[in-house]
Each structure stands twice: as structure tokens, then as C-alpha cells.
Write a new protein. Structure first.
Length: 154
């Protein structure tokens, strides 16, 4: 076998191996995308909603944002999230009502819920719903991300 023939054969082997690696990488990326945890964020303030969305996307979560309860229930009719983050005061309803509805439903009672409020009376809020967590606004972004991770750790 000549040197040129060996080079061609090695080139074919390398080409086949690279195709194999690329195919495996595509499968891996697809699996990672499918494994992303989905979080619904219900917040009427667009600035807060965008900050939370940006933070959670940076933490590699799939995020659906809803400015009101109607949008939230529409999203819920299409897909079940892995976690819900709810503002208490919403323009067309109340985050406490959403929380209580989710916690009383056999299909959604196990979804972790974090309530957010600018109201500093968290004890009163805690007595009105069974959310897993409560956080005051404004909040520390690192603390917020840690709390989310605590409930979604695989």
C-alpha cells in the first residue's frame, strides 16, 4: 500500500469518526434541551419580569412569563411547568388564588411555588397559601437563584 493510499484511508476513517461524534453531539444537545426544567413566572411589572426571565434563562431554565392570571391559565392549559413563581398582586387577580387552586388540584399540587411580594407581611401571606417558598421584593438575585435551584435540583 502506498503512502497516498494510507493517507486516503486514514482520512476516511477520521471523516467517519467526526460524523459519528457530530451525530452524538446533536443527540446530547437535544437531550439537554428536553431535560430543561420549565418555570412559569407570573409578574405584572415588566421590568421585574424581564430581570427574572433573564436570570433564569442564564441558569439554563426554560421560562414562560405571564403578565396576568389569564395568560398564566392559558399557559397551564398547554403545558405543566416544573415550578411557578407568582407575584401576589396582579392586575386581573391574585397570586394567592392561583397558588391555592394549584395546591388543591391533584394534577398540580406537587408543583413547587414561590410567592413574591413587595409587602413585608410574609407571615400573613404564608397563612393564606401553601407555597413552598416566599420572597420579599426587592430580593437578592443570588438568593433568588439558589431558592429556585433548591426546588428544581434533579
Amino acid at each position: 500500500m502506498t503512502r497516498a493510499t494510507k493517507k486516503v484511508n486514514n482520512s476516511n476513517i477520521v471523516h467517519k469518526y467526526l460524523k459519528h461524534l457530530i451525530a452524538r453531539l446533536v443527540i446530547y444537545i437535544t437531550k439537554v434541551e428536553l431535560m430543561k426544567k420549565c418555570i412559569y413566572v407570573v409578574e405584572d411589572n415588566p421590568n421585574i419580569r424581564e430581570i427574572i426571565e433573564f436570570l433564569l434563562i442564564e441558569e439554563l431554565y426554560e421560562v414562560k412569563t405571564c403578565p396576568n392570571t389569564n395568560d398564566f391559565w392559558f399557559q397551564m392549559s398547554k403545558h405543566r411547568p416544573d415550578m411557578v413563581i407568582l407575584d401576589i398582586m396582579l392586575p386581573d387577580g391574585n397570586g394567592l388564588d392561583i397558588c391555592n387552586t394549584l395546591k388543591r388540584n391533584i394534577k398540580t399540587h406537587d408543583i413547587p411555588i414561590m410567592m413574591m411580594s413587595a409587602n413585608n407581611h410574609l407571615n400573613a401571606v404564608k397563612a393564606k397559601c401553601d407555597a413552598e417558598d416566599f420572597i420579599n421584593k426587592p430580593f437578592d438575585l443570588n438568593d433568588f437563584a439558589s431558592r429556585v435551584e433548591k426546588y428544581l435540583a434533579a
